[in-house]
Design a protein around this ligand. Structure first.
Ligand code: FAD
Ligand code: FES
Length: 503
């Protein structure tokens, strides 16, 4: 997806500023906007186009409902954490509503209800527990017994979360980018940050072209932090999620957010399109990144699921996928980067990364301008994960399983057999080679070793990229790093002569 919400040059020299924000998605631009509004000089750097990351792929539900459930959050992190979490997301959505009004951003922002719909596979007690928990936390919620289109036949139970919202994400980002420029902030695209160092009160950001930005504070809003090697990446796991957009007659579906209780869950919302037609955006079919290469089939399954429930759905106009990072203990990582004084990070978005990014705008700005935030502990990046979370064990098995792959046999006998759009792993002695032929027919051979911590990457035929199952790095067919935590491209590899000979 080649997107840019605003024109911006590449950085071409060394500059100084109060704050440098790395990453121009919802998190980066929200933080940049709040800091610029506090009178700070701000430089934003992005390795691609402005707003070209996961925010351009989102379905943009703005929710106070927590996708793992408040009941789970309370059990693991306690009532205070859950209360502060709710305050943070409710305040952040209010703030987005205010910003689009103040800045006159035409971004289809709309307050809507959110329905958490009971699926037949889930016991009703799950809704009872969430209802009870939210009521104790004084979170607005209502028990509903009216069926929605997303209920199975004969079922009608759901929980309604009032005052959720939807927004057009790239229109909102474009508005933020314009507002930033009006406040004197400088935005640079095609500027990949390679390193960030604190040195005697000065923080230096160095780009791949060797330019530097000197700043008092740095905010790393690269979705997956590129400045932290391990500390955060063992506390979150990358999942690929799928979405499609299809037309429907205007008014045929209530303008609301819908999620079901399945795991992985389906998520649906409406996007107004024209006087006659709306667009329904449907998401789901998630799996751990790099552990499946059947994106087209998953999108077909998503479409079938939607058509069974909305028989009047018209043609599908778009199909795509993206990645979310699931924090093991249910809240993102926003705040001071572990062991750093003036470097801040935003990550752990899960399916709520838009709201998470809006929270970051407020939280990081408070930390930089007044040194504290009421929500600091909820999102503290350095927090320890409670040992009673069984999932932690499962998530950390991925790197172990992955390293065993170095010993596995080749997936294809000869790289010459690769068809356009196809990618396979090839063994060459003790090394694994990531071999793919792009859609133009060019053969690319790279080391299959992820440049973050060395896990074996896996081909993703839907998105035509290599996905790393360990911590979510992604690489283009030509080896370029597309998504962190890796920054460097995949290493070059020679054509495996032994395999050619075997043909
Ligand atoms: C299909 C899908 C549906 C989703 N639905 C929802 C939803 O309904 N609600 C919700 O809240 N969330 C949802 N999410 C999650 C949400 O979209 C993301 O979590 C969110 O957009 C992440 O924003 P971000 O600013 O952290 O990252 P991004 O938007 O990815 O921005 C990070 C930026 O950093 C840049 N960057 C990376 N590395 C470097 C570097 N080394 N140097 C310079 N720049 C760099 C990238 O180019 C990128 O532009 C969904 C995600 C997907 C994929
Ligand atoms: S993302 Fe960490 S090893 Fe690949």
């Amino acid at each position: 997806m080649d997107v840019s919400v605003a024109d911006a040059p590449a950085l071409s020299g060394t500059v100084g500023t109060d704050v440098v924000v790395v990453g121009s998605g919802i998190a980066g631009l929200s933080v940049a906007y709040e800091l610029a509004s506090h009178g700070r000089s701000v430089v934003v750097l992005d390795r691609g186009g402005i707003g070209s990351g996961m925010t351009a792929r989102t379905t943009a539900h703005l929710a106070t409902a927590l996708d793992d459930g408040y009941d789970a959050l309370v059990r693991v992190r306690g009532h205070d954490c859950a209360r502060h979490y709710y305050q943070s997301v409710a305040t952040a959505i209010d703030r987005a509503e205010a910003i689009q009004r103040i800045e006159h951003i035409d971004c289809d922002f709309q307050r809507v209800d959110g329905y958490w719909v009971l699926a037949p596979e889930t016991p009703a007690s799950e809704l009872d527990q969430e209802l009870d928990c939210c009521r104790k936390l004084i979170i607005p919620i209502e028990n509903c017994v009216e069926p929605t289109p997303f209920h199975a036949k004969g079922q009608m139970r759901s929980l309604r979360f009032p005052r959720q919202a939807r927004v057009h994400p790239t229109k909102y980002l474009a508005g933020l980018a314009s507002a930033l420029e009006r406040r004197g902030a400088k935005l640079y695209a095609d500027t990949c940050v390679e390193s960030i160092h604190e040195h005697h009160g000065d923080t230096v950001v160095t780009t791949a072209s060797g330019h530097e930005v000197h700043a008092a504070d740095v905010v790393v809003a690269t979705n997956s932090p590129v400045n932290v090697q391990v500390a955060i990446h063992t506390k979150q796991a990358p999942y690929r999620t799928y979405a499609l957009a299809a037309k429907i007659a205007a008014g045929a579906l209530e303008d609301a957010l819908y999620w079901d209780t399945l795991d992985p869950y389906h998520y649906v919302r409406l996007q107004p399109f024209s006087a006659d037609e709306d667009i329904v955006i449907i998401g789901g079919e998630d799996h751990k990144s790099g552990e499946a290469n059947d994106g087209a089939q998953r999108l077909d399954a998503l479409e079938r699921w939607a058509r069974e429930r909305l028989p009047d759905l018209r043609e599908v106009t778009h199909r795509w996928s993206g990645q979310v990072l699931e924090p093991i203990d249910f809240t993102g990582f926003i705040g001071r980067s572990p062991d750093e004084e003036h470097v801040f990070i935003v990550s752990g978005d899960s399916g709520q990364g838009i709201t998470n990014g809006l929270v970051a705008g407020l939280l990081v700005t408070d930390l930089i301008t007044i040194g504290a935030s009421p929500w600091e502990e909820v999102y503290a990046p350095a927090r320890k994960i409670h040992k009673n979370i069984g999932e932690l064990i499962n998530e950390n098995i991925t790197p172990l399983k992955n390293f065993a792959e170095y010993l596995a046999a080749s997936e294809i006998a000869s790289v010459e057999r690769l068809r356009p759009g196809e990618g396979r792993l090839v063994r060459s002695g003790l090394k694994k080679i990531a071999a793919c032929r792009d859609r133009n027919g060019h053969l690319h051979l790279h080391s299959a070793s992820c440049t973050h911590l060395g896990c074996v990457v896996h081909w993703n035929s839907l998105e035509q990229c290599w996905d790393c199952p360990c911590h979510g790095s992604q690489f283009a067919p030509d080896g370029t790093a597309l998504n962190g935590p890796a920054v460097s491209p995949l290493g070059e590899a020679d054509k495996p002569a032994n395999l050619e000979a075997a043909e």
